[in-house]
Ligand binder design. Structure first.
Ligand SMILES: Nc1ncnc2c1ncn2[C@@H]1O[C@H](COP(=O)(O)OP(=O)(O)OP(=O)(O)O)[C@@H](O)[C@H]1O
Ligand SMILES: [Mg+2]
Length: 321
């Protein structure tokens, strides 16, 4: 049986369809990624699956429990790590975790062992008595992941687990996540802006845009779905209508002053392409990577810098409160 099963899940805010009829199935032990730009509906989807937000319509089961009719059973079987930091900075890691264990009714005599286990998993045992405000961003994220694990959930929801973290810390967190999925057979559903994270960490990825799933599959399958080579041209006056008519051109995507052109056999056909493309400032040829998959399905590019800028703006907004 599928661990998570979602059917036509929808959330409407007034006129806005934040999540627009999503359906998917996630297997036990799978690391499943929801990849999408800002406002795509990723957090809203996780909030509904974790029963913190009521869907407008549609249904879902998590660990065999219906999110609408059995929310308490769903909550008992899941862990949730929110997009925004939600730990108490003035408490130590140990105190934060203990508070959480008490709220989740972890048996009293088990609490210390579980805290020790969870902190061990994210390499924070040595810092458990430090106040969280003295942690780095990566340590705080790891502490919040440990907190999500305390009641030994079968399913863990991670909303942007590595946003704003440096590449090295991000890779560390990937290792913890992989370990949870493989050693503990935990099912993990995470959201991300990062192409690399979707590509390298996730077993399967749903690309979500405007509340809808626009592509779903293993990263390798999604990349293989883009055939041929990609030629990226920049130039202020590219003649793309001529390019589109060439027999070896499969698709043309324009992104500002850039055009991404899918061609068969770029090595052979590039000179002919350049003859009709007008004034070209630069040319790049490469095999499809995950950025191309994303661009193909959403018509937008997300650069890592954009995700960090979003996080920066959020941090500033919180600081002003
Ligand atoms: N409480 C709310 N009231 C009204 N609109 C909302 C509310 N929460 C989210 N939305 C809207 O729903 C849409 C989806 O938001 P959501 O937070 O799910 O996006 P996201 O994919 O998680 O984006 P991000 O990458 O920025 O975290 C957005 O247009 C957002 O403005
Ligand atoms: Mg979000």
């Amino acid at each position: 049986m599928e661990t998570i099963s979602v059917r036509k899940l929808t959330k409407r805010y007034g006129k806005l369809l934040a999540v627009d009829g999503i359906s998917l199935d996630i297997r036990k032990g799978e690391i499943f990624g929801l990849l999408g730009p800002n406002g795509a509906g990723k957090s809203t989807t996780l909030l509904m699956l974790s029963t913190l937000l009521a869907p407008t319509s549609g249904s879902a089961t998590v660990n065999g429990h219906d999110i609408r009719t059995e929310p308490a059973a769903v909550r008992d079987s899941i862990g949730m790590v929110f997009q925004d930091p939600s730990s108490d900075e003035l408490l130590t890691a140990y105190e934060n975790l203990k508070l959480h264990a008490l709220m989740y009714d972890v048996p009293l005599r088990e609490i210390d062992r579980r805290i020790d286990d969870a902190l061990g998993l994210v390499d924070l045992r040595g810092r458990k008595n430090d106040q969280v405000k003295k942690y780095s961003g990566g340590m705080r994220r790891r502490m919040e992941i440990a907190r999500g694990l305390l009641h030994e959930p079968a399913v863990l929801f991670l909303d942007e687990p590595t946003i704003g973290l440096d590449p090295q810390t991000r890779k560390h967190i990937w290792e913890y996540i992989r370990g949870l999925a493989s050693r503990r057979e935990m099912t993990i559903i995470l959201t991300t802006h990062y192409m690399e994270e979707a590509d390298q960490l996730c077993d399967r990825v749903a690309i979500i845009d405007g509340g809808r799933i626009v592509a779903l599959g293993a990263p390798a399958e999604l990349k293989a779905g883009i055939k041929g080579d990609l030629v990226t041209l920049t130039g202020k006056a590219l003649k793309l209508s001529g390019v589109q008519k060439l027999p070896f051109v499969q698709a043309v995507e324009r992104n500002g002053g850039k055009a991404c052109i899918h061609v068969t056999d770029a090595a052979k056909n590039l000179p002919r392409l350049l003859r009709v493309a007008g004034a070209v400032d630069s040319v790049e040829v490469h095999s499809p990577d995950f950025d191309d998959v994303f661009l193909r399905y959403t018509g937008k590019a997300i650069r890592d810098g954009d995700a960090d800028a979003t996080e920066y703006m959020r941090t500033m907004a919180r600081a002003k409160k």
